[in-house]
Design a protein around this ligand. Sequence first.
Ligand SMILES: [Zn+2]
Ligand SMILES: [Zn+2]
Length: 399
Amino acid sequence: MSGPVTKLSFWGVRGSTPTVDPATWRYGGNTPCLELTAPDGTQFILDCGTGLRVLGSRWTAPVHPTAAEQSPSGNYHPETHILVTHYHWDHIQGVPFFAPLYAENNSFHFYSFRSKHLGRDSLKQVFETQMATPYFPVNMSAMTAKKKFMEISGGDTFIVGENKVTARFINHPQGCLGYRIETPGGTVVYATDNEPGDPQLDKELLKLAEGADIFINDAQYTPEQLATTRKGWGHSSWHEGVGVAREAGAKTLVLFHHDPDATDRMVDGLLRHAREEFDSVFAASEGMVIKLGSTDGTLEAHMPVTRTALRREAQFRAKVTGITEGGHTFEEETVVHDLALQGALLSMAHCPRLQSELQITMETPGTNGPKVMKLRGYVVRIDANQEKGHSAVGVVFTE
Ligand SMILES: [Zn+2]
Ligand SMILES: [Zn+2]
């Protein structure tokens, strides 16, 4: 990749409320938070959902000084620009848990719109209120970082460093802003929490997305849900996203704001449908990083090794030892399905005891040939109704 590079990291991708259901671990359970690092080093954060806490702890972790200099995600952050789409819980709840706000050397510029329900300084009021007694143990005065609150509106454009930011209103209960960030490395459009069907706001969304390299769009519901039971709830589907991406000439579509009830298998299905109709589509996943280079027009997307490299192998063999429901130790050769960073699904002849520990030894493909991984898994779920008398055993890795 040559020329200026824009880096986009996904820290929270789940809509409405965080999930801790093991069936959602692959795409992740934290609510919206993205980090965009422009080629000039300008750092933007998009939304303050629970993913913000994870970003903050990564940032404050002690890092090697040279690594800090090289990496925009290191300790040194003179100024960060935080673009907030709207004030629903899932987009602000990470704020009280964002450690860098409690350090006086840090400086933040927050941007969002004036809510007609709150009036002036809406964003500041929202933050103060969510930390007010008795909702949180300390109030906002404990946040010693420098904070500036900027009120913006639909159609506003402003320049930060070498980057141009444009905000437009999109269709969502109580209002929501979509953001377009044009950087020398490419254009990223973030349009979550929007429902198609309002002719004026649909046009705004099209303008916002025009020619975007990356178009991140709300894909919470299936097209069927959107047409029936979820109509009027303020969200969209992969199908609408594909339509807008096509009409706006966007290059890559990212499905975002996954429903808290959507399991990983269900999100896989939405992604599959979208890929049948549009060339370049990803489903946003916690830990996913997209690098965008303008000079050679390349786009690189990757996820933490255990989430993607291993997933591509549909399944692989492992040796598992543990204890059965009856208290006997066992050892068996098995097949691991659906391996993720936090856990896996095993197909097993033995029925291990629920909430017991398994030792799992498996051979995984590595860049320098196969690698042996030894993991400890805690049995969280057993589905006995499997073919050939096997059980599907869900484990969460404990180390
Ligand atoms: Zn939301
Ligand atoms: Zn919302």
